[in-house]
Design a protein around this ligand. Structure first.
Ligand SMILES: NC(=O)c1ccc[n+]([C@@H]2O[C@H](COP(=O)([O-])OP(=O)(O)OC[C@H]3O[C@@H](n4cnc5c(N)ncnc54)[C@H](O)[C@@H]3O)[C@@H](O)[C@H]2O)c1
Length: 338
């Protein structure tokens, strides 16, 4: 069979300076595509994007997605990952989080429409809220508190999905929606307050490791390379699935077991401490990924026992580098355009 070389696409990654977005940009660049990263650096970092400058096909635009957008270069694909994702960050300015997800998604959908580009929305398992269905299937409509402190994110993402399907029904854009479950890996921010990064940093620095509630609540952890493969498979699926697609690792862990695993992997003097559960914290989280398996042939490959040591090694180097760093870092301003 004659193998044809995949064509070079021009791809906008909004939120490309973040944890997941920077891995996505890197994979797309490695495939030879032109990548435009658009990011406000709200939670993204220059450390994530500076290595990407080594690729001649990489361009960076510093901008808020909630502001009017215009890109002159013809776009083939638009990934929307722009949104703070961890509770302390998205709760810091809840109105801006809501507007990022509603106005920002609308701006990016209209951009995709103008360019005739395919659009992928990074949605979240948080649209299921504190779920009463377990595991969560895409047809479950969710159990979300619209007045709680997580609503700016959960309801913002739900409104963004509604916008996406309004564009689909009106035939204004070719849209795909990924509902992403907890993802972990190198380049998570040490201070972002997510469970995996929190525990690793606490163990590495000898602080008490915090477990909320009695630790019997569950999460399923997907390694970032698996998620990126899923996002790219969904974007490149020839026919857009008519509904959102869960992307996550269905292996379910109790939080207290995760704490023990981190504790056993890192030589640490840390003890495990128990604190009150935050408001609206979901008790169980596990994706049903039958749809992703059927439509995309996708399923996660990296077990927590493999991904966790890689993540710990990255944090160990990163936390140490931060502690010893005295010099100037190269400025991201040298990369920024527009
Ligand atoms: N990581 C996860 O476990 C997870 C789970 C579910 C959904 N998601 C979704 O995936 C996407 C990426 O998540 P992440 O973990 O990489 O988070 P992240 O915070 O590391 O990345 C988000 C990026 O978006 C940028 N951003 C935020 N608001 C913006 C704005 N108004 N304009 C322009 N840029 C803006 C940030 O600066 C950052 O670079 C998010 O949309 C998130 O909701 C992630």
């Amino acid at each position: 069979m004659i193998q044809t070389k995949p064509s070079v696409l021009t791809i906008l990654v909004a939120g490309g300076a973040g944890f997941v977005g920077s891995h996505l940009c890197e994979h797309l660049l490695e495939q030879g595509h032109r990548v435009i990263c658009l990011d406000s650096f709200l939670t993204g970092t220059q450390d994530n994007v500076l290595p990407l400058a080594a690729y001649p096909n990489f361009r960076l635009i510093q901008q808020d997605v909630a502001d009017p957008l215009d890109i002159s270069e013809r776009l083939d694909r638009v990934y929307n990952l722009a949104s703070p994702a961890s509770p302390p960050h998205y709760q810091a300015d809840p109105v801006h989080t809501m507007m990022t997800n509603v106005q920002g998604t609308l701006n990016l959908l209209m951009l995709a429409e103008r360019h005739g580009a395919r659009f992928l929305q990074a949605s979240t398992s948080e649209v299921y809220g504190d779920p009463e269905m377990h595991p969560q299937r895409e047809d479950y409509v969710g159990h979300v508190n619209c007045t709680g402190s997580r609503a700016c994110y959960d309801e913002g993402k739900r409104a963004a999905e509604a916008l996406c399907y309004d564009f689909v029904r009106a035939k204004r854009a070719d849209v795909r929606v990924a509902r992403i479950f907890n993802t972990y890996g190198p380049r998570m921010r040490p201070d972002d307050g997510r469970i995996v990064s929190n525990m690793i940093v606490q163990a590495l620095t000898g602080q008490p490791m915090t477990v909320y509630g009695d630790g019997s609540q569950t999460r399923s952890f997907c390694f970032v390379s698996d998620l990126v493969a899923g996002l790219m498979a969904l974007m490149e699926a020839r026919i857009a699935p008519a509904t959102p697609v869960n992307l996550g690792n269905p292996e379910e862990f109790e939080i207290r077991d995760l704490a023990m695993l981190v504790h056993d992997t890192i030589p640490t003097t840390s003890t495990i401490v128990y604190r009150d559960l935050p408001e609206d914290d979901p008790k169980r989280r596990r994706p049903d990924i039958s749809r992703a398996r059927e439509l995309l042939g996708w399923q996660p490959k990296v077990k927590l026992s493999e991904g966790l040591p890689q993540t710990i090694a990255w944090f160990a180097a990163h936390v140490k580098a931060q502690a010893t760093h005295t010099g100037e870092t190269a400025s991201v301003q040298t990369l920024v355009q527009g």
